[in-house]
Design a binder for this molecule. Structure first.
Ligand SMILES: [Zn+2]
Length: 275
């Protein structure tokens, strides 16, 4: 599933390519992805200009000149592609936004779990997607003190489950949580309340630096992630533990990366380093 770095990559590419363009047509090929009537959707979107792109957690937004917002949730296997109108549309393309520069923005979802929503200005603030989200981990106001306060509220929670919990901090998923826990040298089964000051500081530093680095590398292309231009990211080549089962620990210890199960998720650790 695309996590924060992959979603942020697409958002930045949208900012550079489609903001300022007018949507001259909408083709809905699979209506149920919209969560609303396709005719109504097209009527409200056609003729608007894209005024901005945004992201919250793993959700991408496009703001329209009408004041309404398009919201894209890629879920497991969705992608947004910016392609010339003349290029063949891929299988499982669900919604196409025809742009006034000869290109199209195409939403496709291999597994059909993702969705596209159109929200009025009032609806955006009320959207259930945003109701219970924790802080953005790269925001200026997500400080070490804020992180520690939030850990202190859930002392008995398993640290891996907590980092995956979107209400604790938004945008992390299985790949980056495994990387962050290794960076902090903390075992995923530890209770949040058991972390000492050095461990919570290392974990906070890991969250910020790993996400920043992963965005710079345009995300990880495990599973099906591709960016707006159909290119894979590069960060999966730089992962320390995720997907590295059986390899020597990159920390230089004598350990080997193992895969265990934590919070119902395949979890990659160096049991030698992560205590
Ligand atoms: Zn190790």
């Amino acid at each position: 599933m695309p996590e924060l770095p992959e979603t942020e990559t697409i958002k930045r590419e949208l900012e550079d390519t489609v903001v300022g363009l007018r949507i001259t047509g909408v083709d809905v090929l699979i209506e149920r992805v919209l969560r609303m009537d396709a005719t109504e959707f097209a009527r409200r979107v056609e003729g608007t200009t894209i005024t901005g792109a945004g992201r919250r957690a793993k959700i991408i937004m496009l703001h329209l000149s009408s004041g309404e917002t398009l919201l894209f949730h890629l879920m497991m296997a969705g992608s947004l592609l910016y392609q010339p109108a003349g290029m063949e549309r891929k299988e499982k393309t669900q919604v196409v936004f025809v742009l006034d520069n000869g290109y199209e923005l195409r939403y496709k979802d291999f597994r059909l779990f993702g969705y596209v929503k159109l929200l009025s200005e009032a609806d955006v603030t009320q959207a259930p997607e945003f109701a219970h989200l924790g802080p953005e981990p790269l925001a200026d106001d997500f400080t070490l003190d804020v992180f520690r306060e939030r850990l202190a509220r859930r002392p008995r929670a398993c640290i891996k489950a907590l980092l995956l919990d979107q209400s604790f901090v938004a945008g992390l998923g299985n790949i980056y949580v495994d990387e962050i826990l290794f960076y902090a040298r903390v075992h995923p089964l530890r209770r949040a309340g058991s972390l000492n000051a050095a461990e919570s500081a290392r974990m906070y530093e890991g969250i910020r630096s790993i996400l920043t680095h992963a965005i710079a590398e345009r995300g990880s292309s495990f599973s099906l992630f591709v960016d707006l231009f159909g290119n894979p990211g590069n960060y999966h080549n730089l992962l320390s533990v995720y997907g590295q089962t059986g390899k020597p620990c990159p920390g230089g210890c004598p350990g080997v990366i193992e895969k265990i199960k934590v919070a119902g998720r395949g979890t990659h650790i160096c049991a030698h380093c992560q205590k």
